[in-house]
Design a protein around this ligand. Structure first.
Ligand code: CP
Ligand code: NVA
Length: 308
């Protein structure tokens, strides 16, 4: 049995296998041909933080696969009153076939996985957001980019999204340039892991504090909020510190002329991205959002095959 906590736990071939399955499931869904790959299975969805896309895509996805999903907000279940994660994991394992969790601390996921007898999926932690990256990569392929000719520029905070980009680039072997303001760099241990992966994959990672250097010639430009969930108290300071890191038309003009712009959403116009850049690339961004649905169905189907 496998869990899906970070992309680092998967080989390049496994990631590509899941993406290809996602593309196939998307095609079937577009033809309204919903195959009951997970008939009668139950997905428990624990949320310690808010969500639009993750909740809806997992809930709709499980329905389309012939199963059902339970939304378990931390305010409504006993973990909010102190029931240990390890007990929650064992109870849910007795009643459900998979667990998806969005958590404050990545350690909570590790603990869940340790005590769960069913697969556990990371729906976002403070360290990683792997489901988003599968959808992002699926979108990149749909827009015609290939591992060999793509370069991704990530502009903004060195956060859970950035860490997952580091994992994806270093596993698949493409070029990733990360530009953060000073003091908002990526986690050094995660960067070291990514650098090690690159020795095998041939991936290239460039770390800078200069957004222009990162974007120049890039085929994919991406960003994320400057204020992640749980950082609301730092909002004013962050807005000051991130001056010059907005992906606006000037910055985008340095990228490849056919560059794709991605945003995991929610987007804050006038901060990490300008209204003009966002709307010019809205088709790509909302394809990316839709691909959460299909990529995650593929993850659940794939994880199911691994326990049989
Ligand atoms: N991108 C993403 O995970 O969105 P939600 O927070 O709405 O789930
Ligand atoms: N970095 C953001 C991603 C939201 C999908 C956060 O953690 O809030």
């Amino acid at each position: 049995m496998r869990h899906f906590l970070t992309l680092d736990d998967f080989s390049k071939d496994e990631i590509l296998e899941i993406i290809n399955l996602g593309l196939q499931i998307k095609k079937e869904a577009r033809e309204r041909n919903f195959k009951p790959y997970l008939k009668d299975q139950k997905l428990a969805m624990i949320f310690e933080k808010s969500s639009t896309r993750t909740r809806v895509s997992f809930e709709v996805g499980m329905h389309e696969l012939g199963g059902m999903a339970l939304f378990l907000s931390k305010n409504d279940i006993q973990i909010g009153r102190g029931e240990p994660i390890k007990d929650t994991a064992r109870v849910l394992s007795r009643m459900c076939d998979m667990i998806m969790a969005r958590v404050n601390s990545h350690e909570t996921l590790v603990e869940l996985a340790k005590f769960s007898s069913v697969p556990v999926i990371n729906g976002l932690s403070d360290k990683f957001h792997p489901m988003q990256l599968l959808a992002d990569f699926m979108t990149i392929l749909e827009y015609g980019w290939e591992i060999v000719n793509m370069s991704v520029a990530y502009i903004g905070d060195g956060n859970n999204m950035t860490h997952s980009w580091l994992m994806l680039a270093s596993k698949l072997g493409f070029e990733l340039r990360v530009a953060t303001p000073k003091g908002y760099e990526v986690d050094s241990e995660i960067l070291a892991r990514a650098m090690k992966n690159c020795e095998i994959s041939g991936g290239k990672i460039i770390i800078t504090n200069d957004p222009k250097e990162a974007v120049r010639g890039a085929t994919i430009v991406t960003t994320d909020t400057w204020v992640s969930m749980g950082q609301e108290d730092e909002k004013e300071k962050r807005i000051r510190d991130f001056a010059g890191f907005c992906v606006d038309e000037n910055l985008m003009s340095l990228a490849d002329k056919n560059a794709t712009f991605l945003h995991c959403l929610p987007a804050y116009r006038g901060y990490e991205v300008s209204e003009a850049v966002f709307e010019a690339h809205a088709d790509e961004i909302f394809d990316e959002a839709e691909n959460r649905l299909h990529a995650q169905k593929a993850v659940m189907v794939w994880l199911d095959t691994k326990r049989k």
